[in-house]
Design a protein around this ligand. Structure first.
Ligand SMILES: [Zn+2]
Length: 500
């Protein structure tokens, strides 16, 4: 009986599998879109032996190259801007102007046409044309030349009275938000973008985020509860930027008369722990992670990996030499929002938070480390007053009540600006003794990760990944150790400031 059941299940599985295979076979792979200054063109793709191939005649039509077959030698010569690329049937090595380039699969001659694996485009054709060809498979895009194609990662945070939509844009790109009936259109100053959007269950504020009518717009479809919106643009770090669109309900919703001024959103209110009087707990925040890669060096070194490696080295040093408690906001490759990082530090009652990043600049010559502490966008004074004006009484355990401060997320860091400035100064001194500094070694910037940090905090850009020399350095244990030792020195100095 048991056996019989097993057979039935197995048969069913085989049928499902066969059906799926048929569907897969019937489905031709999506063409690549060739994106250049001249516009967009499709480039058909053929599957051969489970690899994506492109026909040479399609390449000729797209890039203005020509090809000539040598039947005797069983080869094909493609001429691109006077350079020759020589292919041989069933060989996965091609010659580009006399230099050998290997491909993941061989060139194939089939039905009187020649096909090359898609990687031929960035690996061989690119150097013959002397033009950058960037193949972004997931987006089915082949980018020709220096086009601006930022990666955009969308995130949706739903509160009870609002929804915040955040676009993390790498590299940082200007965006403009226009309201239209029932929707918001976000226009990016780019030639195209690569978009990652989470699945959004339809809800009262937002029903969807979809690509717009042009290649550089996105559309937020608004639900019935959204009455207004607020756009905040910040530079998340030197490499990426962030556009946050808060969708808000009408403050007078369902009330004929204006409601008294609404209480601040409780989601954004945190209890203060008072100014630091000692150094016991350190939170280290390795920048980026998961789908947020951060910046990337010319040879592909990822910021998110460097920041984690340095953070782990620093943790070991602090634990072993200072005996302090150390927590990392992430100890693996995961995506965290800036607010989640500062909330982590707040929840662990950190006495100091260090956020670790690596920098990016369009000018490849720029190098050196930089230290940042928060600049409060509104006048510092106003924010500080606001931070001090939110005392509340809460019932305490065992009866009675005790006064605790509740402060707005947006102003949490304001009360620590002086300590944070001192911390940044110590870090700069210590780093300068061990590694090269950028011409602007200490700066203030409105980094979101620092905004909600309810303790002294600084963000360290440990070097420029966009600089080829520094990309190599940043990946070495020696450089990472120097940075970690410098940060340890700075914490020792900072501790004596807190505990005179
Ligand atoms: Zn970063």
């Amino acid at each position: 009986m048991k056996l019989r059941t097993f057979h039935t299940v197995a048969a069913a599985a085989v049928i499902i599998f066969a059906t799926l295979s048929l569907v897969l076979l019937a489905q031709a792979p999506a063409p690549f879109t060739v994106l250049s200054r001249e516009g967009r063109k499709p480039l058909p793709v053929t599957m051969i032996n489970n690899q994506e191939y492109v026909a040479v005649d399609d390449i000729n039509a797209t890039f203005g190259t020509t090809s000539r077959e040598d039947q005797l030698a069983g080869g094909l010569t493609i001429t691109a801007r006077g350079q020759s690329i020589v292919l041989t049937a069933d060989q996965n090595v091609v010659s580009v102007a006399g230099r050998l380039v290997s491909l993941p699969a061989p060139a194939v001659r089939r039905d009187n046409r020649w096909f090359v694996p898609a990687d031929f485009l960035p690996r061989a054709l690119s150097s013959a044309l002397n033009t950058r060809l960037d193949l972004r498979r997931a987006m089915r895009l082949l980018i020709v030349g220096e086009m601006r194609v930022p990666r955009i990662v969308a995130r949706v945070d739903a509160g009870s009275t609002n929804v915040a939509v955040t676009f993390e844009v790498t590299p940082n790109t200007e965006a403009r938000v226009t309201a239209q009936p029932g929707r918001l259109v976000v226009q990016f100053e780019a030639d195209a973008f690569e978009l990652s959007v989470p699945l959004i269950p339809p809800q009262a504020f937002l029903t969807g985020i979809t690509p717009g009518d042009t290649p550089t717009t996105l559309v937020l479809s608004l639900g019935p509860r959204t009455a207004m919106h607020r756009v905040t643009t910040t530079q998340a770090d030197a490499g990426s930027g962030r556009v946050t669109i808060d969708l808000l309900a009408a403050t007078t919703e369902a009330a004929p008369t204006p409601a008294p001024s609404p209480a601040p959103d409780t989601r954004l209110v945190i209890p203060t722990q008072g100014p630091s009087s000692g150094l016991r707990t350190v939170v280290i925040d390795p920048g980026h992670g998961g789908e947020a890669l951060g910046t990337q060096g010319p040879r592909g070194t990822l910021e998110k990996e460097i920041t984690l490696a340095v953070s782990r080295r620093l943790r070991t040093l602090i634990e072993s030499r200072l005996g302090l408690k150390v927590f990392l906001t992430r100890d693996d490759d995961r995506t965290l929002s800036a607010d989640e990082r500062s909330a982590f530090a707040n929840n662990h009652r950190a006495d100091v938070m260090l956020s670790i990043h690596a920098n990016y600049a369009v000018r490849p010559a720029l190098k050196g480390a930089e230290v940042y502490y928060l600049t409060v966008e509104r006048a510092d004074e106003e924010a500080r007053k606001k931070a001090d004006a939110n005392s509340t009484t809460l019932p305490a355990l065992g009866g009675g009540s005790r006064a605790i401060d509740l402060i707005l997320w947006e102003t949490a860091q304001a009360r620590y600006l002086e300590q944070s400035a001192a911390l940044a100064g110590f870090i700069e001194q210590s780093l300068a003794a061990r590694v090269e500094m950028s011409p602007r070694a200490v700066q203030q910037a409105p980094f979101r990760v620092l905004v909600g940090a309810n303790m002294p905090a600084a963000l360290v850009e440990i070097g420029y990944l966009s600089n080829a020399e520094q990309e190599t350095q940043l990946a070495t244990a020696a450089y990472q150790d120097q940075v970690a030792l410098a940060l340890l020195d700075a914490l020792v100095k900072f501790r004596s400031l807190l505990e005179p």
